[in-house]
Design a protein around this ligand. Structure first.
Ligand code: SF4
Ligand code: SF4
Ligand code: FES
Length: 363
């Protein structure tokens, strides 16, 4: 097949940047990485890009196609070439470009190091027997363990674009991999560290990292798990944590999000006084419902029962999110004959099935 590519070339020494177009003949099964290899071998040997495994394992070949991060070795070109589209290939975002499609990964590794990506078992003598961990506990970090550290999530992160010091999706997913590991003994210290400035609460929840991760790690979900675990441990001094807690309290007490109280509950009374003029303007234009008497939803009892259920069954924290992940996965793959369809989100080796107040728990 004939494949046409436009590639952003960059020379860090001269600062020269140019969009060059290449046309090559490639086999129908060729990936983007194969096509780049052909360009380098047959057309222009000066083209720079990283690669190693060619099978989505090493994480070297992250780059952007038409502005979105991809693994070049995972991206098949047949349909793109058939459609006549000429994709634009460029280096990943949020990392300095060294040459053409090669970025400097030092800032990426610095963030990974900052979350202390190693197990802190709390003992120096490993003993003679192995430490067995149940499948249920490992399920909590199953997705986080799949990370190949390619940087595609970092490339697309809005918060990192605004704040280069933000720990970012890859490092936080790695952090969750250890927070959720039952063998780790530094959970509280980790959660305190990750909850600080530039940490978990600075994520804007844009979900681009989930969308672009080529391995299904879903870093945003990992950050949600960290947030849930931090609140569960009482690490909630950050405004983001207070914000999340108020959502829960508000839903539990009235079944609605009481936005008029959101600012004082999150920022404190002193800081919210500064916003009084702004709030009065909103009130005048009918944009804010009067805080008194509070509007209580007709079926608020259901919201309260749901809250009690989560508490009673210990589904707060990361395990509740994991359970939802498994249930969604089961829905998505139900009937495909695979393991997840056979196993389901509950039952042996997994979580107990949810039960309503008054019902008997079933396994
Ligand atoms: S979370 Fe996904 S996108 Fe991010 S570094 Fe890991 S594998 Fe790559
Ligand atoms: S969801 Fe958060 S971590 Fe993920 S890309 Fe958006 S801002 Fe970054
Ligand atoms: S070359 Fe290893 S992940 Fe693409």
């Amino acid at each position: 097949m004939q494949v046409a590519l436009k590639i952003w070339r960059y020379d860090a020494i001269t600062g020269e940047r140019a969009l060059r177009e290449y046309e090559i003949d490639a086999p129908e099964e060729a990936t983007l990485l194969d096509c780049l290899d052909i360009v380098k071998d047959q057309v222009d040997g000066s083209l720079a890009f990283r690669k190693s495994c060619r099978m989505m394992i090493c994480g070297s070949c992250g780059m952007r196609m038409d502005g979105a991060a991809v693994l070049a070795c995972k991206t098949r070109m047949y349909e793109i070439a058939e459609s006549g589209h000429v994709p634009v290939i460029s280096a990943m975002g949020n990392l300095p470009i060294v040459k053409d499609l090669v970025v400097d990964m030092d800032p990426f590794w610095g963030k990974i190091r900052a979350v202390q990506p190693w197990l802190e078992p709390g003992y120096s003598d490993p003993g003679e027997k192995e430490h067995v961990v149940s499948q249920e506990r490992m399920d909590v970090i199953h997705k986080e363990s799949l990370c190949i550290m390619c940087g595609c999530c970092v490339s697309e992160c809005n918060s990192m674009e605004a704040d280069p010091d933000f720990l970012g999706p890859a490092a936080l997913a790695k952090g969750m991999r250890f927070v959720g590991d039952p063998r780790d003994r530094a959970t509280v210290e980790r959660l305190e560290s990750y909850s600080g400035e530039h940490g978990i609460w600075d994520c804007t929840r844009c979900y681009f990292c989930n969308e672009r991760c080529p391995k299904g790690v879903d870093p945003r979900d990992a950050i949600a798990k960290l947030g849930a675990e931090a609140v569960k441990e009482g690490i909630d001094s950050d405004m983001g944590a207070k914000h999340a807690k108020w959502f829960v309290t508000s839903a539990k007490t009235t079944g609605w999000l009481r936005e008029t109280e959101l600012v004082p509950k999150t920022q404190g009374v002193a800081k919210s006084l500064k916003e009084v003029t702004f709030a009065m303007g909103l009130l005048k234009h009918g944009k804010v419902p009067p805080p008194f008497p509070p509007h209580v939803a007709k079926h608020v009892g259901e919201a309260r029962a749901l809250y009690d259920l989560v508490q009673e069954q210990g589904r707060d924290g990361a395990s509740g999110i994991t359970q939802a992940e498994k249930a969604l996965g089961n829905l998505e793959h139900a009937g495909d004959g695979g393991d997840s369809a056979a196993r389901g989100p509950y039952g042996s080796g997994s979580f107990a099935k949810p039960f309503l107040p008054g019902e008997e728990p079933t396994v």
